[in-house]
Design a protein around this ligand. Sequence first.
Ligand code: ATP
Ligand code: MG
Length: 487
Amino acid sequence: MKIYITVCWGARCLDWIQSGGKEFVMEWKMAPSAMALAAENVISELTQNGHEAFWVGGCIRDELLGRPVHDMDITTSALPEEVIAIFARSVPTGLAHGTVTVLQDGHGFEVTTYRTESGYVDHRRPDHVEFVSDVKEDLRRRDFTINAICCGLGGDLIDPFGGEKDLALRVIRCVGDAEERFDEDALRMLRCVRFASVLDFSIAKNTWRGLLRQRERLAHIAVERVRAELERIVEGPHPRRGLAMLARCELLARGKAPFPWTGTDLAAAAALTAGIGELESAHLRWALLLHALKQSAQEADELLRAWTFSGTTRTSVVQVLRVREAWTAALKAVPPGEPGGTDLLRRRWIAAVLSFGVEAAEGWLSLLAILPAAAHPAANPPADSKNSPAVSTSAVSEVSPAVNTSADSEVSPAVTVPAEWIAQMPLKRLSELAVTGNEVAEALEKRPGPWLGNMLNALLQATASGDLLNNKQVLLLEAKRMDGHEL
Ligand code: ATP
Ligand code: MG
């Protein structure tokens, strides 16, 4: 069986696998990528110096699946010092484990000496590695059959554990005994779920059984590693698949990071996250998940911090949940049908947009659009306003005749009305206000202090709501008027 790697990187090879693995010559569909050519030069150089060398692991798996290949790892019989001696530019990135990064034609390739591993006292990393001369021994230490395939310049696959067959069957299967492999390195359990989720594969029975038996071992894995795998599941193409598997195996509850949910909580959340895969934005996926898991903005903030998410992701997610809280409170506070109620709601919404940002406000509307209607805050009015959604069709036409409120409208007014309110805001942030803090302080002949922030926010709210023109003279006059009444 051959894979003509230098001509088919980037071409779709799935048909080939599904053809039952007959000898197959890949058509010249696409030029080889620059990365493939550079890797080919590295492999040629190693073989011309009398060593064996192959593409290995994820790059072969993804190429065979027709998925984009982002990096290429090379496995070789050459010892690390021999690799360093052959290439003009190399970095000893993991010498103890036999890894040298070779820089070739603007690309970096991890070139690793064939090795076996043993020990694994910490259930994550081997205590001993031994360099060996047989590539099949190297493939045996790898996690899953689909990651234990290698391929040389001639295009022949070396696949001692049936990885190619498992690709065709769309199954994740451990190399060797699953229970032992997960005991050695507990991170493999999450990699297993991640690959099944991202590739939309199933997990072989023995592998799943091994995972269930070893799930307590997740307590040995650093939170950062768990979080990185989770991100790939949630942000990948089939997040519901991974989340359902995680709910079934109850793996995360065994980890170091807080996981305050039962299987019932997770099942209930699954019903609310049906649309998660439709969300393009990663932080909106996390916001939806945390919303479905009934987390307050504050709780979500603490959880994301404990789970070592970046500050940027944490802030983006939490702001969306803060918008939810402000808006839910507004819907509860303003009884539907109250004279002027719609305008009051509009002002509360604008206040939320100004406090938490347009992006977060629109983010919350995106979540509302995919949440089942029964889960909308507006559909759960307080006891005194039963059967009367807060953002009613009449409220919509009162405020904005332009909004489509017909019965066959696909998106609920609970989403379109606040979206329209955002579109109508003449300005959306403090920096767009036609006066600065200094100008206000000078006009009032007062030293800047906490009063100034309050006043600017009041001016911003009034301007964004359409009560004041965003004009310097108008705003300074209003500032003076406000100053007369203490703020
Ligand atoms: P991706 O890069 O998409 O995460 P990958 O399979 O290339 O997938 P890497 O972490 O880049 O994953 O690892 C490269 C290869 O090293 C894998 O294909 C696998 O053969 C091996 N490998 C990686 N992590 C482990 C592990 N924890 N246990 C055993 N083998 C592993
Ligand atoms: Mg990789």
